[in-house]
Write a protein that binds this ligand. Structure first.
Ligand code: VGL
Ligand code: ZN
Length: 198
């Protein structure tokens, strides 16, 4: 088994009506469910923050969502409170066929470090364990789908390419937040990194 599907953060808070809604985010759910039937190895990721997480604007006095702060590990965009561990918003979108997932990787659990990528936290060095899992399963080729294309999908795709996987991002099965040109920048950088954007 050498191929795996990575389903990134298809959670209630990233869908319309959620705390950090990605426009049209729920539209990808039926297509993702269908695609899961083509894979034997399926990894689901879940953004999973403790209350008061350092990526929440509410944790920084005088700061508003979508402003940035300087953390020890570099610039960090601040977000509305979202995907709080155990909350309804952190659950997978109710339409997602999560039973087909072999393993769930939860990320963003460290109170002081955000984690966009499914492989590394935002300090770019602390590992989530996903690479070890994939290596043990003999996976070398990855297909990525999910939310948001210009944040968690993008960081995961770049890290996967850097780790040596062959990476395809199914752009039709992703949706973007698109802040200040972040989508165009993410597309450019993914292409440069050798990620195929289908
Ligand atoms: C995400 C912002 C904050 C994502 C997660 O899943 O793209 N974006 N936390
Ligand atoms: Zn988050």
């Amino acid at each position: 088994m050498t191929q795996a599907l990575l389903v990134i953060d298809i959670q209630t808070d990233f869908c319309p009506g959620g705390a950090l809604a990605v426009p049209d985010g729920d539209a990808i759910v039926p297509g993702v469910n269908a695609l899961m039937h083509d894979f034997k190895e399926i990894i689901l990721t879940q953004d999973w923050h403790p209350k008061g997480h350092s990526s929440f604007a509410s944790s920084h006095s005088g700061k508003a969502p979508f402003e940035t702060v300087e953390m020890d590990y570099g610039a960090q965009m601040l977000w509305p409170d979202h995907c709080v561990q155990g909350s309804a918003g952190a659950a997978f979108h109710p339409g997602l066929n999560e039973t087909l997932g072999n393993i769930v990787i939860r990320k963003g659990v460290n109170p002081g470090i955000d984690s966009y990528s499914a492989f590394f936290e935002n300090d770019r060095t602390t590992r989530t364990g996903l690479h070890g899992y994939l290596q043990e399963r003999g996976v070398s080729t990855l297909t990525l789908v999910g939310l948001a294309l210009d944040f968690c999908v993008y960081y995961s795709a770049l890290d996967a390419a850097r780790l040596g996987y062959r990476v395809t991002v199914r752009g039709d099965l992703c949706r973007a937040i698109d802040l200040d040109g972040s989508l165009a920048a993410a597309r450019d950088k993914m292409r440069t990194a050798g990620v195929s954007l289908a």
